[in-house]
Each structure stands twice: as structure tokens, then as C-alpha cells.
Design a protein around this ligand. Structure first.
Ligand code: PFF
Length: 475
């Protein structure tokens, strides 16, 4: 009986397939868009060093822990933590909630990527007509409620359909084709941009180490780097627990965690050698170098200025790359709530009904995404959470978190639940379940350094992130 249900949960077909799916989850908008501008604006190479140290000391340890907990318990986030301590499944619930919130705004951003991808594709046969020159298209398009909702729905449906194929037949199959394609397209774009005059200014902006900036803003650089690293490695959302639960017992977890950390960082750096240098080479220093406008206005202008069919072709390739990255990440995010639903039914000895659960989760996520789509990603002045809340609390003031729905969503998930969940998880591992839970599952003999990570380094890093995020969003 137990075996049969385990079979219903699904499992990975091969080690490579799992790696592609996990790297697919890690590589997303965070790498292709978030990392480049955060690195450029936070001390360049100095930021990179902090980021790498944190990836090794914090990210790698937590990634291994999540995968080990998933595989050991054979359950996704909530069930896994409940199995370890029946009174404290809250870390799992936090993952399910924040994963669901992240995937909802991911659908809006991903939907827009699809729209740009399609736009450049059709323009290849017409030549830069209706797409216009960057900003006005973005303003008009995001201000059109139907267009935004339609793109969001399309992205949600694509995500749901991939999950319908199952763990190995859907997630794994898609990632095994999509991730190598993403890598090849990214390299081609990086090489093309490196040959353009003006790109060197972008490399200088990205890589010149600003040690003074690091010294003066040490705390905020560490907080930004740690927050970005956690998001980029898909940690504290229950994903790597769920993905780990589909692993075979002989899979080498430390090796996989290392490969995932390495691939994720390399792709973020490659994106840094593409997005910012392209902006300098084709738009100039005055381009938007951060926020959604970096992706949807500046990058649009880049390909418009390259011009002609070739510009459209490159624009199509770029937005296809970003769309693939977004899809494999949102698939993993939706899998968190789907696997939660499936495990609940299995624990009650009912048929898993995975497809029904996927349909329900997709619809829920879409509904949650609608406010983000309707407030034009922060462009609509009157439909913000602040505007709505002020009807109840007239004295409420404008802060970072309440100026748009996307900010409110990212505050609750990435800003608050993610660092808090990771903090609790590392304390539980370090002091309650003990590090041996992880080392035994991973086949590591000496775990002294890891013990230090779970008991001390990760909790301190997460407190810094939590403080930094609360200050940024509420300050
Ligand atoms: N890691 C993805 C990115 O860098 O965009 C986003 C993400 C996916 C975050 C899955 C969290 C997650 F659980």
C-alpha cells in the first residue's frame, strides 16, 4: 500500500533529469534580471565576493538540508516537517504560502515576457511596427487590464500544463530540453554583445570593485546579497524539499547541491555580462538600469536600436530565454502547493488526484495574480494596496510595501516569510533535529563545519536579511 502511494507521488527518471529540473527552478528571473542590477548597484565585484561567500557558507548548506529532509521523509514541505516534529510543521506551511504568493506575481512577469517574445517574433516578419520604441509600449500595454490578465492566464496555463505531465514526464522532460537550450541562447547573446562598442562601459559598471561602497554599506550589501542568493537558489519555499522527496536513495546530494549552486551563479554572471553591457552599448547611461523597466523598457530599446529583422530576431531569442527561465521556476513553485495537496490525500489513504489538484492550484494562483496584473505592476496610481487600505485606515502612509501589489506580495513572501522560514529551519536543524539528520542522509562523515552553519552562520545571515528587508519595505 505504502509503496503504491509512493509510486503515485512520482519520482525522477534520472539524475541528470533531476539536476535539470532543480537548476531550472533556481535559474529564473532572479538570475537574468535581478542579479545583474543588484550586483552593478551594490559594489560590483565586491558584491560578487560577498555573494559567493554566502552561497558557499549559507546557500549550499541549506540546499543540502532541504534536499536531504525531502528524501529522508519522502514528503513535501508540510508533511516533511510534520514527520520530523508533529507539533511544528509551520516552516512547511510558510513555504507553501510564500511559494504560492511568489508564483502569482511570477505569472504576471512571465506573462509579459511571453508577450514580448511573441511581439518580437511577429515583428520579424513586419519590422518593428506596433511595438514602438520601448517605454510607450510598456505603458500602454501594462495599462490595459485585459491584455495583462490574458498574458497572466496564458503563463499560468502553461505552468499548469507542464505539471499535468507528472514529475518525470512533465517537469523533468521539459527542463531537460529547455535548460540546455536556455544555456546555448544565453551564451550566443553574451558573445554578440561582447563584440559591440560601448559594452565595455557595462562591464566596468558590473565588475569594477567598489570597496568603499562595501565598507560604508556593509550591512545592506550583505542583506541584499543574502536575500538575492536565497531567492535565486529557490530556498525556504519548500521546493527543494519537494524535489528532494522524488529522489532515489543512491543520489549524491552534496554533489548535486554543489552543481546547482555553481550553475545558478554562473548563469547569473552570464546574465550580468549581457543585460547591463547591452544597455550601455545600445541605449546609453541614462537607460533604466533597475526594476521592471530594466527588463521591459531598456531591453526592448536595446533590440529596437539594433534594428531590422536581426534586432527582432535577437529580441525574440532574449525574451524566449527569459520566458523559459521563468517557466521552469514557476513550475517548481506551483509544485510546492500541488505536492502539499497530493501528500495530504495520500496521508488520508485517498487517491492522490494530482490533476484535479493542479487545476485548482492553477486557478487559485491566477486569481491571486489578478490584482498584480491590474495595478499595471505599480503603474496605476489608484489601485494600489495603499489606496484600498486607506479606505479602512485613512492615516496609513505610503511605504515601499504598499505602493503596489507586486511590492506587497514580494514583501510578504521574499521579504518576510522566506528569511523567517529559513531562520527557523536552520535553528530546528542545528538544535532540535541535529545536523546528523542531514549528514547521515547525505553520507557525510564529519559534519562540524555544517553544524556551525546551521547553528550560527545561517541564523545570523537570515536575521540580517530580515532586518534589511523590513527596513527597505517599511522604512
Ligand atoms: N529561483 C528563481 C529565480 O531566481 O528567479 C525564483 C524562485 C523559484 C524563487 C522558486 C523561489 C522558488 F522557490
Amino acid at each position: 500500500m505504502e509503496k503504491q502511494h509512493q509510486h503515485h507521488r512520482g519520482s525522477w527518471g534520472s539524475s541528470l533529469g533531476f539536476l535539470m529540473a532543480a537548476i531550472g527552478s533556481a535559474v529564473g528571473l532572479g538570475n537574468l534580471w535581478g542579479f545583474p542590477f543588484k550586483m552593478g548597484a551594490n559594489g560590483g565585484f565586491a558584491f560578487l565576493l560577498v555573494y559567493i561567500v554566502l552561497t558557499v557558507a549559507v546557500g549550499f548548506a541549506m540546499l543540502m538540508a532541504e534536499m536531504a529532509i525531502g528524501r529522508k521523509t519522502g514528503r513535501s514541505a508540510v508533511g516533511a516537517f510534520r514527520q520530523l516534529d508533529s507539533r511544528h510543521p509551520e516552516v512547511g506551511y510558510m513555504g507553501v504560502i510564500s511559494g504560492t504568493i511568489v508564483v502569482s506575481y511570477y505569472c504576471v512577469l512571465g506573462g509579459l515576457c511571453l508577450r514580448y517574445c511573441l511581439g518580437f517574433f511577429t515583428e520579424m516578419f513586419g519590422g518593428m511596427g506596433f511595438l514602438g520604441h520601448g517605454e510607450e509600449f510598456f505603458q500602454t500595454f501594462t495599462a490595459s487590464p485585459w491584455s495583462m490578465v490574458l498574458c497572466t492566464a496564458a503563463f499560468a496555463v502553461i505552468t499548469g500544463s507542464i505539471l499535468m505531465g507528472g514529475v518525470s514526464g512533465g517537469i523533468e522532460k521539459f527542463s531537460t530540453v529547455a535548460m540546455p537550450a536556455l544555456f546555448v541562447m544565453l551564451i550566443a547573446l553574451v558573445v554578440y554583445i561582447s563584440r559591440q562598442p560601448g559594452a565595455e562601459q557595462g562591464y566596468a559598471f558590473m565588475f569594477t570593485p567598489d570597496w568603499d561602497y562595501l565598507k560604508e554599506n556593509f550591512f545592506s550589501v550583505v542583506s541584499t546579497a543574502a536575500g538575492q542568493m536565497f531567492f535565486s537558489l529557490s530556498l525556504a519555499m519548500g521546493i527543494m524539499v519537494a524535489y528532494g522527496s522524488y529522489l532515489k536513495k543512491d543520489e549524491n546530494i552534496p554533489r548535486d547541491a554543489l552543481l546547482i549552486c555553481g550553475a545558478d551563479t554562473i548563469i547569473a554572471l552570464l546574465a550580468g555580462c549581457l543585460v547591463i553591457p547591452a544597455a550601455f552599448a545600445f541605449v546609453g547611461e541614462d537607460a533604466y538600469m533597475s526594476g521592471v523597466k530594466l527588463l521591459f523598457v531598456t531591453m526592448h530599446q536595446v533590440f529596437f536600436n539594433i534594428g531590422g529583422r536581426f534586432g527582432c530576431f535577437l529580441g525574440f531569442i532574449f525574451f524566449l530565454t527569459v520566458s523559459i527561465a521563468a517557466i521552469t521556476s514557476s513550475v517548481s513553485l506551483l509544485e510546492v502547493s500541488v505536492s502539499f495537496g497530493v501528500d495530504r490525500r495520500i496521508d488520508k489513504h485517498k487517491a492522490p488526484r494530482r490533476k484535479t489538484i493542479i487545476a485548482v492550484c492553477t486557478i487559485l494562483v491566477f486569481l491571486l495574480a489578478v490584482p498584480v496584473a491590474l495595478d499595471a505592476l505599480g503603474g496605476a496610481a489608484d489601485a494600489t494596496p495603499l489606496g484600498l487600505l486607506q479606505q479602512l485606515f485613512p492615516a496609513l502612509a505610503l511605504k515601499g510595501w504598499n505602493e503596489s501589489f507586486i511590492n506587497a506580495y514580494s514583501f510578504i513572501s521574499e521579504g518576510f516569510l522566506m528569511p523567517l522560514g529559513a531562520l527557523l529551519m536552520s535553528l530546528y536543524i542545528g538544535y532540535k533535529y541535529k545536523t546528523t539528520l542531514i549528514t547521515n542522509e547525505c553520507g557525510i562523515r564529519r559534519g562540524r563545519v555544517l553544524d556551525l552553519c546551521y547553528r550560527f552562520i545561517v541564523p545570523v545571515a537570515m536575521l540580517v536579511v530580515l532586518y534589511g528587508q523590513l527596513r527597505d519595505f517599511l522604512g
